[in-house]
Each structure stands twice: as structure tokens, then as C-alpha cells.
Design a protein around this ligand. Sequence first.
Ligand code: B12
Length: 218
Amino acid sequence: MTLNEQFVKAIEDLDEDKALELTDQLMQNGVNWMVILDLLQTGVKLVGNRYEEGEYFIADLIMSGIIFRSVIEHYGVIVPGILDISLSSDTPCMVMGTVEGDVHDIGKDIFISLLAAQGIRVIDLGTDTSPKVFADSIRTYAPKVVGMSGIMNFAVSSMKRTIDLICQEGLRDQIKIIVGGCCITAEMAENIGADAYSGDLLDGSALCKKWIFETEAD
Ligand code: B12
């Protein structure tokens, strides 16, 4: 079995110690963190499959989330706690949340870390974020961009309700909206009225950066 396969298996088997040990080896071999992220996602998908098959339970899903975070933190990608306050309040900002009904936040947090690393102040609205909280946050923080994350199948309808409310409240012209997460595709994003979808964190963060600094220059 290759090192990559062993790593995926350690995630699937929920063996945190092994996963961290293999993370060190992958890092020593100079493996890029985006590759590690892909491997992690493969591993948690296998955990999800075993959950669907009735072999794993909720506690196992929770454990897979814990291992995911601990590997990423071990690698030094997520910097918990300093995201909102590390940049001054006149730094251009965006707001970002997991949409109503959905509590999955690992993808959102990684995206926020990446944005923060590029000098973008990100207001994290957390999980299960109602359309009203999104709309209120636009009035409160005047962001250039609103980001929405969703992983449950139903999350796309939460995204739509959120965008509809933003339009009804006359706030749509002030912002760009990017959506992501495995509940949604580019076509769906267009249908619900988002400006962009990105399945790729680097492309997504580059787009946010472009939007924020383009509108800054206007
Ligand atoms: C860990 C996990 C949990 C943890 C979450 C911990 C946490 N803090 O997030 C807990 C235990 C809480 C959980 C709960 C539940 N879960 Co769950 N969970 C998972 C699991 C195993 C991994 C998810 C994950 O973190 N993936 C890794 C991250 C990094 O991936 P990601 O979020 O997709 O993000 C990536 C991209 O999508 C993108 N991205 C994400 N957001 C955004 C936003 C933007 C703007 C951009 C540009 C990009 C972007 O960037 C990331 C990196 O590429 C998945 C399995 C799977 N196949 O994914 C099931 C899974 C998602 N869960 C599932 C289910 C059924 C549930 C529960 C209903 C279980 C239950 N009976 O209670 C609850 C739902 C709770 C709720 N209402 O939300 C199903 C969902 C079915 C569906 N599609 O609707 C899955 C697919 C498992 C399965 N195969 O059955 N879960």
C-alpha cells in the first residue's frame, strides 16, 4: 500500500494517531497540503459510505470530523480563533456561513483560513445560519462578498431562500455571492441567483480576492 493509501485507510479506520503519524511522513516527503486535503476528503467520504451502509454511527461521523480538523491543524492550515480579529476593521471584508439547517463547517473553516491568509477579513457567521442573519450581516458589516457553504442535499434550498431574502431586502446590488460545498453545482448556483460557484478552494478564494480588490479600486 502506498503512503497515500495508508493515510486514506487511517482516516477511514478512524485511527487518529496513525493519521497524524502519516501526516508527518507526507509532510517530510514534501506533499502539498491541497493533496493532503484531497486524501482527507477521500477518507471521510469512505466514512460517510460506511455510515450509509449502517456499519458506522453518528459518533463515527463526529470522530472523522475531529480527525479531519486535527490533521489540518497539525499541518498548520487552520488558525482557530484569530480569523475575525487579526485584521483591522477597515480591511475589506466578506461574510461567510454554513446555511440554515446544516451544521457541517469543516469546508467553510478551511475556506475562511485560506481567505484570511490572503489578507481578507472574514466575518464567520457560523453554522445553521438563517437567511435573516445573512441579510442582517450585510447591513452590519457592509461586506463586498457573501460566501455560503452547504453540504446536505437540502442546503441548496436554504441558499436559495437566503439569496431571495437578500434580494427582497434590497441588498443584492451591494454584494457578490459565492456558494460552495457538495450540495451544489455551477448550474444550480446560477439557477438560485448566485454570482459564482467554486468547487475549488484556491479558485474560489482567488475570485473573492479579485472581487474585493476590484470593487475597492472603483
Ligand atoms: C464529518 C461529518 C459530519 C459531522 C460534521 C462535523 C463538522 N463540524 O463539520 C457531524 C457528525 C456533525 C455530521 C452530522 C450529520 N451528518 Co454528516 N458527514 C460528515 C462527513 C463524514 C464529512 C464531511 C466533511 O467535513 N467533509 C470534508 C469537508 C472539507 O468537505 P466539504 O464540506 O464538502 O468542503 C469542501 C468543498 O465542498 C468546499 N467548500 C465547502 N464549502 C464551501 C464554500 C465555498 C464558498 C467554497 C468556494 C467552497 C466550499 O471546500 C472544501 C474543501 O474542498 C460526510 C461524508 C461526506 N461524504 O462528505 C457526512 C455527510 C455529509 N453527513 C451526512 C448526514 C446524513 C449527517 C446527519 C443528518 C446525520 C444524522 N443522522 O444526524 C447529520 C446532519 C446534521 C446537519 N443538520 O447538518 C450525509 C449527508 C447526506 C446528504 N447529502 O444530504 C453525509 C454525506 C454522510 C453520508 N454518506 O450519509 N456529519
